[in-house]
Design a protein around this ligand. Structure first.
Ligand SMILES: Nc1ncnc2c1ncn2[C@@H]1O[C@H](COP(=O)(O)OP(=O)(O)OP(=O)(O)O)[C@@H](O)[C@H]1O
Length: 633
């Protein structure tokens, strides 16, 4: 049987094709003028920034988008085979330049006018136009509307145009001027809203201004990068590396990646040739420092992507060691930037040790989901989940909704079992989790991206940061324990202004998530099923305070405050951190968290070392619209 690919978006059930657009009260009935002047603005307490024309946004709010008529994003080609990454890794070799040039050719470099004037480069900017922004801290540099308002350097500007980034996303408008001014930054912005470029552009631009650290063909045995970008997973580090290389194309800025599970020799060899920006996972970096092959003493810029995860309890000691005890210049002598879509107060407090006189930037309701993602919660008991997902996926296939579907399970075993079950039932699925060797992980991701196996069953190893075009449906087969993990998981769809669908199976096991889930859904203007409201009411009596969810209940079952990751410096009233400190991670289920649900896949814990030697593989992240041919099975 053959299936016509319709390119339709959305997902199974097809219920919510168009989300209502939320217009904040102060803008209702107002003519649609320059949305920036009308709707943007800093909160009253970011009094430092008060330029004329920036109205108060009052109660905040976003246009929740849901527009269906998106221009195609026109990205590069579909992923290809293994050895390409190795080609890229040598920026001095002709194949590196050729490969990237080819990539840009396929992107069809924009004409100057289009690049300067808007058009959005395929991104649906309207979805972000009316988004609340807060910046707190001293002397906040004002935002920009266009990339060319900042002197980023001609080489970088050319690459920005080549990437078809015709105008900055909201987080970029605010974060780039702050970072280019050399300020420390803690930035929270919704999933898929362009945070990678927000930290890469300032780093590349400053390196270009201050002079390159490394010429091609250098012979250093101890690499001394001037910028370090840390991320929690190998796949995310690879992705950042690929993105950063596109931004630095032909500028001479050399970017190298180091992550566990792949050959350290090859990575050391790449470092020997010189490095300006090192993108790394913490475990592999610490290993290289211990071997005396990397020195952090020249670091001028430190960026932590998914910073809250990086400082969460599994990683914090390792990050602290890297940042504070391995020769890196202290805060004030280096610039530090922390980015995430979620930023709990206690993590902000930990992070503040790494920063000096920093600006806290929040774009959108921090920790909340974007309204571009249509969320459906279904009551499905554990024993019924398999039959339910079969119905959902078959319905999706029958409807011609054959984009990519990402399914999250709680455990690695669960991911394998579900992959097997779906495959045996004739559905094209593949699994990714931390027990797989790196080559298998990369193969699974590549096959998913290319649409060969358009169903990826994953643990949380795939929940953060991964930018995979055409993921139109995220299914939480098992809900996570933590609402922030839910936010990141569903954020694998609805990216860069596109809409997406997220379906979750809620069972009795998930009672503790009911309340934060209801709050999150309300924040994002989603329809909450009545039964879930009931669960939330009941669960708040049972689960009041303590544990991971204390911030939603004020530590003692008090006021609800979802999305409340404002600058913790504003909230702190001495001892007011209900549930903070010591054992307050009770709700985190630490025993199994890193053990059995995929976080074994991180580079940090010692468990990793067993995965050494894999190597090979590699994938290409710029992809064109994927025709998920695997559905033809
Ligand atoms: N100014 C821009 N114009 C067009 N596309 C953009 C722009 N900035 C970023 N993008 C694209 O938007 C997508 C999402 O960006 P990115 O992966 O940086 O999001 P993110 O905020 O880091 O998400 P997450 O929180 O999930 O890590 C990417 O495909 C990126 O290329």
């Amino acid at each position: 049987m053959s299936w016509d690919f319709t390119g339709g978006r959305g997902g199974a059930g097809g219920g919510r094709a168009r989300l209502p657009s939320y217009v904040p009260p102060h803008l209702r009935n107002a003519p649609v003028a320059n949305p920036y002047n009308a709707a943007y603005g800093y909160s009253p307490y970011s009094a430092v920034y008060n330029a004329p024309g920036y109205g108060q946004y009052g109660g905040g709010g976003y246009v929740l988008g849901g527009q269906q008529d998106f221009a195609p994003r026109g990205r590069g080609r579909r992923g290809r085979g293994g050895q390409r990454r190795n080609e890229y890794e040598s920026s001095s070799s002709p194949s590196f330049a050729d490969a990237i040039a080819e990539k840009f050719d396929e992107l069809e470099v924009l004409g100057e006018e289009e690049a300067a004037g808007g058009g959005g480069g395929g991104i649906n900017f309207e979805a972000y136009d009316d988004i609340p922004v807060k910046a707190t801290g001293s002397e906040v540099p004002p935002p920009v509307e266009r990339f060319d308002e900042i002197d980023l350097g001609e080489g970088l500007m050319q690459n920005i145009r080549r990437c078809k980034y015709s105008k900055p996303t909201p987080v970029q408008k605010h974060a780039i001027p702050i970072a280019v001014a050399g300020r420390d930054l803690m930035a929270c912005a919704q999933t898929g809203s362009g945070k990678t470029a927000a930290f890469c552009f300032p780093i590349i631009s400053t390196i270009l201004k201050n002079g390159l650290n490394s010429g091609p063909g250098g012979t250093r045995t101890v690499a001394q990068p001037s910028a370090l970008i840390l991320s929690p997973t190998r796949e995310l580090s690879c992705q950042i590396h690929e993105e950063a290389k596109k931004f630095a194309f032909k500028t001479g800025v050399r970017i190298v990646v180091a992550y566990g599970g792949a050959s350290i020799q090859q990575q050391l060899y790449n470092l020997e040739k010189g490095v300006d920006i090192l993108v790394a996972t913490p475990g592999r970096l610490a290993d290289m420092i211990d071997r005396g092959r990397v020195s952090l003493k020249m670091i001028k810029h430190l960026a932590l992507d998914e910073a809250d995860r990086m400082l969460d309890m599994g990683f914090e000691p390792q990050i602290r060691k890297i940042v504070q005890q391995m020769g890196m210049p202290p805060p004030g002598q280096r610039q530090t930037m922390l980015f995430s879509a979620t930023f709990p107060d206690e993590i902000q407090r930990l992070a503040s040790d790494f920063l000096k006189d920093y600006i806290f930037l929040s774009v959108g309701r921090v920790g909340s989901s974007t309204g571009l993602i249509s969320q459906k919660i279904e009551l499905v008991q554990d024993m019924d989940k398999r039959s339910h997902i079969m119905k959902l996926l078959h319905g999706q296939k029958a409807n011609g909704k054959r984009d990519l579907t990402l399914v999250f399970t709680e455990t690695k075993k669960g991911a394998d079992a579900l992959e097997y079950y779906l495959s045996m039932s004739g559905l094209p699925a593949i699994a990714i989790h931390g027990d797989k060797v790196q080559m298998e992980r990369e193969r699974a991701l590549r096959s998913f991206k290319a649409g060969v196996t358009p169903i990826l069953v994953a643990t949380d190893v795939a929940s953060r940061g991964l930018d995979i075009p055409n993921v139109s449906h995220v299914i939480n087969f098992d809900l996570p324990k933590d609402i922030d993990d839910y936010v990141h998981r569903i954020g694998r769809t609805g990216r860069a202004g596109k809409s997406g669908l997220a379906t979750a199976f809620f069972s009795d096991q998930n009672m503790s998530l009911a309340k934060p889930l209801v709050e999150l859904m309300k924040e994002s203007n989603q329809e909450v099923p009545p039964w879930l409201n009931e669960y939330a009411k009941n669960s708040s009596n049972i689960y009041s305070g303590g544990g991971r969810y204390r911030r939603y209940g004020g530590g003692g079952g008090g006021g609800s405050r979802h999305g409340g990751y404002d600058d913790y410096r504003n909230d702190y009233s001495g001892g007011g951190y209900g549930g903070y400190g010591g054992a307050s991670y009770g709700g985190y289920d630490s025993g199994s968290y890193y053990g059995d649900n995929g976080y074994g896949g991180y580079a940090a814990p010692p468990a990793w070392s067993g995965l050494g030697g894999g190597g090979g593989g590699g994938y290409e992240l710029g992809t064109e619209a994927v025709v998920a041919s695997g559905w033809d099975m």
